[in-house]
Design a protein around this ligand. Sequence first.
Ligand SMILES: Nc1ncnc2c1ncn2[C@@H]1O[C@H](COP(=O)(O)OP(=O)(O)OP(=O)(O)O)[C@@H](O)[C@H]1O
Ligand SMILES: [Mg+2]
Ligand SMILES: [Mg+2]
Length: 301
Amino acid sequence: MKIAMLARNANLYTHQRLKSAAEERGHELDIINTLRCYMNIASRRPEVYYNGEKLTGYDAVIPRIGASVTYYGTAVLRQFEMMGVFPLNESVAIGRSRDKLRSMQLLARDGIGLPVTTFAHDPKQTDEVLKLAGGAPLVIKLLEGTQGIGVVLADSDRSATSVIEAFRGVKVNILVQEFIKEAGGTDIRALVVGGKVVAAMQRTGAEGDFRSNLHRGGSAKPIKISPEERSTAIRAAKAMGLNVCGVDMLRANHGPVVMEVNSSPGLEGVEKATGIDIAGKIIEFLEKKAKPGKTKTKGKG
Ligand SMILES: Nc1ncnc2c1ncn2[C@@H]1O[C@H](COP(=O)(O)OP(=O)(O)OP(=O)(O)O)[C@@H](O)[C@H]1O
Ligand SMILES: [Mg+2]
Ligand SMILES: [Mg+2]
């Protein structure tokens, strides 16, 4: 196979691992800087250019599109899809996953367990929103936050109200969520590839932090997940339409609840924690699925 990987930084662990996993299996993998691709989007014959050359002959494309370049990145990916190149994850599914509200609504529609989560635009509704979320303790999250930044735990309704007011003051969108105390500062990341959980790790926050993000000093170890957790992760991937994703769950008293589904999961933490060759499994998935002209949406989404 000839595989294109859309990525900005070729040297990242995940990107290098996917490249070597492809090459070990006899494939060619070119890392293409997403932002340097250009194209004539009005042409009836879709094409993508890069460094003065037309990109041709690819069987599959691996999108590794960072959150900050979702808009342009999904447009480039869509162009590949229109050319009949099989996308590891489709542009529409990536677009969905980048919108937290839309994602949670899709997961809820499929009956997947979620923390009680509320959202409001109008600051006059703050009291009602707190009530709807079940009252303090509550987690307040920036809709556009990542790596645990902008995730705040409020112990009382009064502190929740002041945190909400502070966020509103700087005009950012927030979610107000039930605090899953029993998770004990630990979450589960399940890696789904082609409808199967191929690896799972448990992340635990630094001492005294309820956030388990590795970027915030958390640590990771392999974990054996329950059948219910496994099926929750698989159903979440399916609801989002993602072939490859990282599903983040919390262990609540009433079962697993999904916090989010990541469409470009990093492999470093999870491969190092579990010793599983996830990059290899991703390439094997492409070997089975990537047939020229076989994209589900053909860029119509
Ligand atoms: N409702 C909750 N109850 C208990 N713990 C939570 C809750 N929401 C988040 N956490 C903890 O805080 C961490 C960070 O939250 P979350 O994943 O929602 O934000 P983020 O990591 O900033 O976003 P992203 O994962 O998109 O980068 C989680 O990994 C989890 O450990
Ligand atoms: Mg997270
Ligand atoms: Mg995320």
